[in-house]
Design a protein around this ligand. Structure first.
Ligand code: 13P
Length: 256
């Protein structure tokens, strides 16, 4: 493995989605900074754009890293409403979620756009967290493997293997997002193994599970050798709920 590649340290990332005003985001960030975080676990939060600068300010001196929920692939230009990688770097953003199923569904984010964004993030020193996952009907039809393979290969097309190893992938079955229907650890682990195998470099990358992951199911998911962490929605919106997920990763952290 290349020296610049991060080992598969456990990573717990909170995707706050379209929640939290600046004041609310500051309060949550302050509460998270007060937690005793296990040193072996990387913790990331992704507030909405409006709260990024305020949360960056609150996180100064902590080991919680800042993520954005999306970005444009160009550095600047006539793209009303968009934000670019250099703008995020200036605020202190270190990770960016790319291709979340909500953006694919509601904002028409294509596999091509995901690939352009991944390359732009890497070129600007931001770690992409690439989200892939199948719908409920694809799941029922047994098309999960085909779907995640297609999305993953497209996301990393023309990306160097060493760079791919530095990226993060989040397997988020769409039917599990916000529904309480968490995937079984065995199934999530099997799909993640397929994701790792479909692109060179992903064997060394961190691959997370996302979809109704909470304090009461985190340790079973994290016990699977293929699962390096979680991308958490609902349970990242309060400090006690997020702390419970991080607690679920402790056993894994002491094993790494
Ligand atoms: P929930 O944890 O609310 O199911 O959301 C998962 C998710 O979409 C994280 O990106």
């Amino acid at each position: 493995m290349n020296a610049g590649v991060v080992a598969r340290r456990p990573l717990i990332a909170g995707n706050w989605k379209m929640h939290k005003t600046i004041a609310e985001a500051r309060t949550l960030a302050r509460e998270l900074c007060a937690l005793a975080l296990p040193p072996q676990i990387d913790v990331v939060v992704a507030p909405p754009f409006t709260a990024l600068a305020a949360v960056a300010d609150e996180l100064k001196g902590s080991r919680i890293a800042l993520a954005a929920q999306t970005m444009h692939d160009f550095a600047h230009g006539p793209y009303t409403g968009e934000v670019s990688a250099p703008m995020l770097v200036e605020i202190g953003v270190r990770y960016v979620i790319i291709g979340h199923s909500e953006r694919r569904a509601f904002c028409g984010e294509s596999d091509d756009a995901v690939n352009r964004k991944v390359r732009s993030a890497l070129a600007n020193g931001i770690v992409p967290i690439v989200a892939v996952g199948e719908t409920a009907s694809e799941h029922e039809l047994g098309e999960t493997h085909a779907k995640v393979t297609l999305q993953t290969r497209a996301a990393f097309a023309d990306v160097a293997t060493d760079d791919i190893a530095r990226c993060v992938v989040a397997y988020e079955p769409i039917w599990a997002i916000g529904t309480g229907l968490v995937d079984s650890p065995e199934n999530a682990s099997a799909v993640i193994a397929q994701i790792r195998a479909c692109v060179d470099g992903l064997a060394h990358a961190r691959i997370l599970y996302g979809g109704s992951m909470k304090g009461d199911n985190a340790s079973a998911l994290m016990a699977m050798p293929q699962i390096d962490g979680g991308l958490i929605g609902g349970a990242s919106l309060t400090a006690p709920a997020f702390a419970a997920v991080i607690d679920g990763a402790r056993a894994k952290a002491s094993a790494t």
